[in-house]
Design a protein around this ligand. Structure first.
Ligand SMILES: O=C(O)CCC(=O)C(=O)O
Length: 271
């Protein structure tokens, strides 16, 4: 459905080294410019299902609810890049939108994903797919290169209304010289490590900024279900040799998540 970029490829050795050294790779081609209208249609179709009282940024589990969303996450060309980092056997366990409408003052505070995720061992790759062009003006994601090697940073809770997430690393822990803005053209992806510091600023532009994040882990990773009872995996490459986590079925239709944490059984009746 979404046209693939003719320049799509596998990760180069340099990119794999860069990921290990700096915790990210960016501007990887996946979908062509012509997919632009289809992405816009997908965004409108999925987001408009939500009641106005529900913030799209506060929903997740779209990969377990919506077949269209699942199909996008399992695009073979995306999985190829992930396989180059995680090896042959891995699962999809998260899928959500990060949206900033024009002149939206919402901010994603500096954080490490491992602060939120009860996974052992802590190993996950996030794919951030640009549904619209994203740059410094409209609040592209920013990362602190190499910060995944610094262990756990100290987070504090910040309940400010314009923050999309509530765990924040204070500015004084950020090495300003290492900040990189992950500017992407529609259809491109970035990849980042779960220990990497990242966040994003408001959208100062008149353009929508929206990306889809997809979370992948090797099959040897286990979630603590006492912290995340909703956690389920979908095997997307290779074999699940350890069977450490509950599995979610591939969506059989179009359901709509309305919260951050939902079990797949909640979607079944909507398919
Ligand atoms: O899109 C953003 O600004 C932040 C995304 C993010 O926090 C994540 O991918 O973990």
């Amino acid at each position: 459905m979404f046209q693939i970029d003719k320049n799509v490829r596998r990760l180069t050795k340099d990119e794999i080294n860069q990921y290990e050294e700096y915790g990210y790779v960016t501007a990887l081609p996946v979908f062509s410019e012509e997919a632009k209208q289809d992405f816009d249609k997908l965004f409108v179709n999925l987001s408009s299902r939500l009641d106005k009282s529900i913030d799209l940024n506060k929903t997740a589990q779209w990969h377990k609810a919506s077949l269209m969303f699942y199909n996008l996450c399992t695009t073979p060309q995306i999985l190829n890049y992930v396989e180059d980092l995680l090896g042959p056997n891995f699962v999809l366990w998260g899928g959500q939108f990060f949206l900033k409408e024009p002149k939206d003052d919402s901010v994603v505070p500096w954080h490490q994903d491992i602060q939120y995720w009860p996974l052992t061992p802590a190993k996950a790759v996030t794919v951030w797919l640009a549904l619209y062009d994203t740059d410094e003006e409209n609040g592209a994601m920013r990362i602190v290169k190499g910060s995944h090697k610094g262990g756990m940073f100290k987070h504090h809770t910040n309940d400010a209304k314009n923050l999309v997430l509530d765990q924040e690393v204070s500015d004084d822990q950020i090495n300003k010289n290492d900040i990189v803005s992950l500017n992407l053209k529609v259809g491109q992806i970035s990849l980042h490590d779960d220990g990497l510091l990242h966040g994003s600023l408001p959208n100062y532009s008149n353009r929508r900024r929206c990306g889809i994040t997809m979370r992948f882990s090797p099959v040897k990773v286990k979630a603590d279900l006492s912290v995340w009872p909703h956690f389920e995996t979908q095997l997307v490459r290779g074999k699940d040799i350890y069977k450490l986590n509950p599995e979610a079925p591939i969506p059989r239709g179009e359901a709509t998540p309305i919260e951050k944490f939902q079990h797949s059984s909640e979607f079944v009746e909507q398919w």
